[in-house]
Design a protein around this ligand. Sequence first.
Ligand SMILES: Cc1cc2nc3c(=O)[nH]c(=O)nc-3n(C[C@H](O)[C@H](O)[C@H](O)COP(=O)(O)O)c2cc1C
Length: 202
Amino acid sequence: MDLADALRRRRMVRNFTGEASPAGSLDRVLASAFRAPSAGNTAGLDLVVLTGPDTERYWATTFTPEGRDGFRWQGLFRAPELVVVVVDPAAYPERYGEPDKAATGLGAGTDRWPVPFWWVDAGMAVENILLAAVAEGLGACFFGLFGHEEAVRRELRVPAGRRLVGTVALGPPAPDEPGRSAGRGRPDHLHWTEWSSLGPDR
Ligand SMILES: Cc1cc2nc3c(=O)[nH]c(=O)nc-3n(C[C@H](O)[C@H](O)[C@H](O)COP(=O)(O)O)c2cc1C
């Protein structure tokens, strides 16, 4: 599949057949995350992958039984693989304190970063995963941890200091309906040459 096709086809899939992803496909999708660009090549990204019955540990940590019964996307619980995206903010000032980056002043601490590149790196890695999943014929959905970061950290033994960004559900897709937000359309907020008004609210 070429890139234009993958970009056009990519959408969040929230329903899965429950079958495992073919091992080779899963490996390629996961490897794609580590091919993403990374600020200063800091490479402060880790993925914690839950497969098969282990995915249940994630759901039991993030949902009450009642919350689970009432959840709109029941098919998400069938995702055969869950990939928890983890970043290491402290790695970035450390890297930017090295001689080739010291002039940036960003080595002084995470609070010096006007744009915290650890979140940017995570987004780039997640997009690679989402596009690689399309290329492999798999469904994927990125979703937030909301209030469950610390509980998931404990359950998955993620070290203190790392931040859990969100989770990608992966697997062979089953038919589903688009999410509520997807219907909002996808306007191109493009400004050529300089910022120019694009309409009443832009
Ligand atoms: C940072 C981010 C957080 C998101 N969080 C959730 C989420 O918690 N639950 C969910 O169902 N979808 C989540 N989404 C998916 C968006 O709702 C979806 O990408 C958007 O509606 C466009 O639809 P599409 O990706 O299917 O084209 C998230 C997407 C991004 C980029």
